[in-house]
Design a protein around this ligand. Sequence first.
Ligand code: 5GP
Length: 203
Amino acid sequence: MSKQFTRCGILFVVSAPSGAGKTTLCDALRQTPNFTYSVSCTTREPRAGEIEGEDYHFLTERDFLERVRAGEFLEYAKVHEHYYGTLQKPIRAHLDEGVDVLIDIDIQGAAAIRQYDDPLIRRALCDVFIMPPDLDELRRRLTKRGTETAEQIELRLTTAAREMELWRDYRYTIISQSMEEDLTKFRHIMGAERYLSRRLVLA
Ligand code: 5GP
């Protein structure tokens, strides 16, 4: 007798210190079918080339804090002196439809989602840490990117050193190499997670 299976979407939470190659990885993953990238809100200024609604929803601090009060965020945090937050409504809608969602958030955001008081979200969660090879390499990548001042780079490196201590809190850790290798590893994780028995629902 054939049985009809469905499954809820997976919430892929990816954290990585700035410059670990996460943005490039996330951009490449956006092309995957049955998969969507969640656009966060932030109060930081757009960088050159960033597009409203595609890279971030760029909000004023006042607007951001109003949304916090209205309970619109699944999680939010202050990172490098700016607010960043994940809107909960679109995420729930996608998970309910069986679409996998990727969110690119810092370690505070990942910790908040692990504790989130909703079994649907906790069951959907698959958290992945992208570990940069080392701080020197990170410094090289940030300097090459050229979007931060020397002072901002130092702040990001200090945060990175702290974040790199927390890789054990994540279900998976990818030691960052080339973008292609990171992408292949991520696709392996994605494949395995999609076939977990516990994610299937018998219709
Ligand atoms: P950037 O300013 O370089 O785009 O991002 C800075 C940091 O903010 C990164 O570590 C990124 O993962 C984090 N971030 C981006 N969006 C969110 C979010 O919605 N929530 C949290 N907690 N962190 C975020």
